[in-house]
Design a protein around this ligand. Structure first.
Ligand SMILES: [Zn+2]
Length: 418
């Protein structure tokens, strides 16, 4: 009888393990969906069996947009501004998209598509959208500033086709385009299973603007739910037949001014309050509202969560800029505060996982926003459970302080702008 020598057996086993790990990461897929302008308040009033089914596999949470109110990161509750906060995981003080004109996005804050493609050029990305600018301006396909980023597949721009979609005052054509976009997204996901994709639908916001909180708006939310059901079905088909591991996020870009529900853009509770539905596994205490402080997740938290799922590497200096925290898995720190008093800055944070220490970094420059590098000083290293520290800044330049608290599992940041 012949037999492999133990050493060869061992190598063979390692080899098998490696193949297994690679195969698994290739099966991880993500889809995020933005359905425009559906306030948390109004969503509650409409039956949404598809969203309920997806939430049952993962979860539902109320969420927010708009950055931190009355501070340097306060962010208009306007559509493209919200989309870009999701794409980049940062607020408007960084990504610089202030309204729907999208005049001068700061592409130094990469979108999730840029991170993904730089790390995995062979993996496939797709966008299905009722608004062309999402691809050409926010993702920035083909631009020098995005390293000529390309999507592998795009299905958009139909709002410019007035021949096939004549524009009517009731925005019925937008509903038709949403339907077309969803049909193609569901087909493409079923057949091609892109690794990372974005679906954007607009009709709900049109009905909100036109009719406010009304039967018409509720009906549009009902259409949206049926559309989400079609995407969910495509994902389940892939999971069942191809053993893929899909993460879907569905959210909205802003709420609406209450009680009328027609407008948005400002900082009222109704305009800032949104929601997130996901099938994600391993949702953490932050998502579940059990991490303390009572705060809900923000739209900027979706990007780092998808990055975790797809195992997208993010370089250290880019990680220090992220304003969101993952909604799955372990976290070290949340909710930083920083208060300057003469030559001291008092820092606080909330510790989530209790292991490890935090490094507290400080930079008095913001060269990152121009594509440069900041020189961070390591000011302190203390156990994460301390939840506060005092920094001596007597010898540092004055006026601007970019502070980062780096824990074992995530980082958070806070600016002081004088
Ligand atoms: Zn919107």
């Amino acid at each position: 009888m012949t037999c492999l020598k133990p050493k060869f057996l061992y190598l063979f086993f390692i080899c098998l393990l490696t193949v297994e790990v690679l195969a698994q990461s290739d099966k991880k897929k993500a889809l995020f969906v933005i359905v425009d302008g559906i306030s948390a308040e109004q969503l509650r009033k409409v039956a949404t069996p598809s969203l309920d089914a997806i939430s049952k596999a993962g979860g539902f949470t109320k969420a927010y947009v708009g950055g931190e109110k009355k501070t340097y990161s306060q962010t208009p509750t306007i559509s493209a501004v919200g989309y870009n906060s999701l794409l980049t995981g940062t607020w408007v003080n960084k990504h610089n998209v202030w309204d729907n004109d999208i005049k001068d996005p700061n592409y130094h804050y990469w979108t999730i598509f840029r991170f993904f493609q730089e790390a995995y050029p062979a993996k496939r990305t797709a966008v299905f959208s009722t608004w062309l600018d999402n691809r050409t301006k926010l993702i920035g396909t083909g631009l020098a500033q995005t390293n000529k980023l390309q999507m592998h597949y795009s299905f958009d721009g139909f709002e410019l086709d007035t021949l096939n979609f004549p524009h009517d005052k009731e925005a019925g054509y937008i509903h038709k385009i949403d339907e077309k976009v969803v049909d193609e997204a569901a087909r493409y996901i079923s057949d091609e299973a892109p690794d990372l994709s974005w679906v954007y639908l607009e009709y709900t916001d049109d009905m909100g603007h036109k009719y406010g909180n009304s039967e018409q708006f509720n009906k549009a939310i009902g259409y949206m739910d049926v559309q989400m059901g079609r995407l969910w079905k495509a994902i389940q088909y892939r999971e069942k037949n191809f053993g893929e591991d899909w993460q879907i996020f569905i959210t909205t870009d802003h709420g609406r001014g209450e009680p009328e529900g027609q407008n948005h853009g400002g900082q009222s509770d109704g305009e800032r309050s949104t929601w997130i539905v996901t099938n994600a596994k391993g949702l953490n205490s932050y998502f579940q509202g059990k991490a303390g402080s009572g705060s809900v997740p923000g739209i900027v938290d979706i990007m780092p969560t998808i990055a975790r799922h797809l195992q997208i590497p993010i370089k250290h200096e880019q990680k220090l800029e992220l304003d969101g925290a993952a909604l799955t898995g372990k976290l070290s720190v949340l909710w930083p505060t920083a208060k300057k008093n003469n030559d001291k800055i008092a820092i606080s944070w909330k510790s989530v996982e209790k292991d490890g220490s935090v490094k507290i970094w400080l930079s008095t420059t913001n060269k990152f926003e121009e594509g440069g590098s900041d020189r961070y000083l390591l000011m302190k290293e203390v156990p994460v459970t301390n939840e506060n520290a005092v920094l001596d800044i007597a010898k540092l330049p004055k006026g601007f302080y970019k502070i980062v608290i780096e824990g074992k599992y995530n980082t958070v940041n806070k600016w002081i702008v004088e």
